[in-house]
Design a protein around this ligand. Sequence first.
Ligand code: NAD
Ligand code: TDX
Length: 334
Amino acid sequence: MRVLVTGGAGFIGSNFVRQTLETRPGADVTVLDALTYAGSTTSLDGVLDAVQFVEGDVADAELVGPLVAESDVVVHFAAESHNDNSLADPSPFVRTNLVGTFTLLEAVRASGVRYHHVSTDEVYGDLALEDPKKFTEDTPYAPSSPYSASKAGSDHLVRAWVRSFGLRATLSNCSNNYGPRQHVEKFIPRQVTNVIDGVRPKLYGDGLNVRDWIHVEDHNAAVWTIIDEGRAGETYLIGADGEMNNRDVVRLVLELMGEDPDAYDHVTDRAGHDRRYAIESGKLREELGWTPRFETFRDGLAATIDWYRENEAWWRPQKEATEAKYALSQQVVG
Ligand code: NAD
Ligand code: TDX
């Protein structure tokens, strides 16, 4: 099977490439990645020779057309992915997430190949802390940030291309991922690398916002399950019942790293900060038989901390510039 992975030099995409090579020895993998600030071939260290790597933009129709045509399946991870960046400058989010997805869809329409669209639970907006409900495939779209609006728009493009042009496409909306090779701008890697550097973790606002954590390998196994078994045109929510508030995550990081669990700072809150995400993944589990492999967040987090301790050469080059950017808009408030 010839698999085209867009965004394969980013966090989830690079883990997907590794998992694919390990679990599907016959797969012929091509990575298309623009190597933005968030992508690096170092995320493919050790497997780069086993794939065809193409540096380029998913919004470049002339490049994308032939790559799609020579594939059996396209798995679309490439995106601008960070909410804070989308607040500072939304324009690359519109271009990559909307125009990029449109460009791929047109190529898929022309060649008829199978397409899987990787999206996020943030398209559904947020839930109140005390709300007993979780997001399901029927929850109305209500994105809050430029990032989530651009992902919601890309989902709508896919759904329209399925309905209007009969694309053989599936969609998945997953909750917050953690694991190796996640950029240090994101919550967990930022705090782990801060602690390694002797800097106190930084919590936005009151720290009570809830995210629903899933290990990246469980997300990627679910994506393969949907590609193999999913029904064309369908959306599947991916989640591992991992709800935890940010303060408890920070306290756990500090505890696992042998520090005082109260040694963190509160900083300026994110504008429009979503309060809570929570996924009901019954459709994926019952229809397609997927279950997460990482049983406890604590064990997955401990393994992730070890990875960052052992792979400083991977993250160190990004750390200073990332913190300098945060320092422009975030002050310690408590
Ligand atoms: P990431 O920012 O780590 O990686 C994105 C990759 O896409 C990078 O390698 C980057 O170079 C590449 N890219 C960006 N613009 C491109 C363009 N125009 N053309 C080609 N490549 C380009 O992101 P991630 O966290 O790995 O997220 C991957 C996908 O999963 C995204 O679609 C995201 O919306 C979705 N998602 C992420 C999470 C999460 O918790 N991180 C959860 C649910 C869904
Ligand atoms: O330093 C921080 N302190 C903090 O309290 C950072 C970077 C974040 N936070 C908070 C904001 C969120 O409530 O932690 C939570 C997680 O933040 P992010 O890692 O920025 O993730 P989030 O905004 O929830 O979005 C993530 O999950 C859904 C991914 O970045 C998206 O790509 C994905 O779609």
